[in-house]
Design a protein around this ligand. Structure first.
Ligand code: SAM
Length: 298
């Protein structure tokens, strides 16, 4: 039976009824490579040593000195350069701190979510580190501070970690405003939503693409949302055809069909109901979808 002798002479043997098996050879090899540790005083149960230089990737310590991760004054300076000294951000974080966090927790191309954007430090750093990101902010400073800060990053802003990561600018971001919710807390279609919001939702559900309605289109107020994969999508909702009577224009009748922008191929039409029978729908190459029942959530 193989026994281990610690440097201070204490002997260890395997638990009763068990043997070291081929571990003996492994142990001897580790011992000869100085990879076994017998504790501070050399009299403890042997433990394997792991050298930092041999680890894959650098292990992080829980103690982060301000030399490595920045400090409050540095953060204040960064934020003052970006937004002027009288800005409202009382607790900014240095870009170097966020760089450390993102370095440990993510890789290039990963998606970072900051649902409380504040001064946008996290996403600014994410951008400079080639991560993708989603930032959410309910305050007006989303427009007045976050958006301009990210634009500066795209333009090659040289504060924070820019020099350390050799940031030269580039990339881009999209600034979106959330519309009203399509469904209420019970999953029922929210009757207050306006045509463009429901149109965007229907378009996304059908095509998995964002709907961009330009100003010209908005002025025309067309029930044709768009054409995708040789299918035209229409939405009869919210008096889109100009008829302000309740349900007016939201019901697919023969007359309404005549008013719709013409499309020769397959058509998907959302409306409150249809007066066209199965045969006519088939003949016109129409799939009718009823609001609210066929308006699916994501
Ligand atoms: C302390 S800041 C966050 C700091 C930020 N994560 C950073 O990287 O520096 C908190 C922010 O969350 C925003 N906020 C609070 N509640 C929110 C909510 N429900 N949705 C979106 N933003 C919210 C506040 O307006 C404020 O700007």
């Amino acid at each position: 039976m193989y026994e281990i002798k610690t440097p201070s002479g204490i002997t260890y043997s395997p638990p009763e009824g068990r043997c070291w098996g081929n571990l003996e050879a492994v142990f001897k090899k580790s011992l000869s490579e100085n990879k076994i540790w017998f504790g501070k005083n050399g009299d403890s149960r042997p433990r394997q040593k792991n050298y930092l230089s041999e680890a894959s990737g650098v292990k992080s310590w829980s103690w982060w000195s301000n030399k490595e991760a920045g400090h409050n004054q540095e953060a204040k300076k960064e934020i003052n350069v970006l937004f002027g000294a009288d800005n409202a951000f009382d607790t900014p974080k240095p870009e170097r701190l966020m760089q450390r966090v993102l370095h440990i927790a993510s890789n290039e191309g990963d998606l970072i979510l900051d649902s409380f954007l504040g001064s946008a430090s996290t996403v600014a750093v994410a951008h400079k580190m080639n991560r993708r990101y989603i930032g959410i902010e309910l305050g007006e400073h989303a427009k007045t501070h976050c958006q301009p800060r990210l634009q500066k990053v795209v333009d090659g802003e040289q504060g924070g970690i820019s020099k350390a990561v050799n940031w030269q600018g580039g990339g881009g971001f999209r600034f979106c405003k959330l519309g009203s919710t399509v469904f209420d807390e019970f999953g029922v279609l929210n009757h207050d939503i306006k045509f463009p919001t429901l149109a965007a939702h229907v378009w996304y559900i059908e095509t998995r693409l964002p709907l961009t309605i330009n100003k010209e289109c908005k002025k025309k107020r067309s029930p044709l949302i768009g054409i995708h994969n040789e299918t035209a999508y229409y939405l009869l909702y919210n008096g889109i055809l100009g008829d302000k009577r309740p349900n007016g224009g939201n019901v697919l009748t023969g007359k309404i069909l005549e008013c719709l922008p013409v499309f020769e191929g397959k058509k998907v039409i959302y409306g409150e109901t249809t007066r066209l029978g199965e045969a006519r729908l088939k003949q016109e190459n129409i799939t009718f979808k009823q609001i609210p029942y066929d308006v699916k959530a994501l």
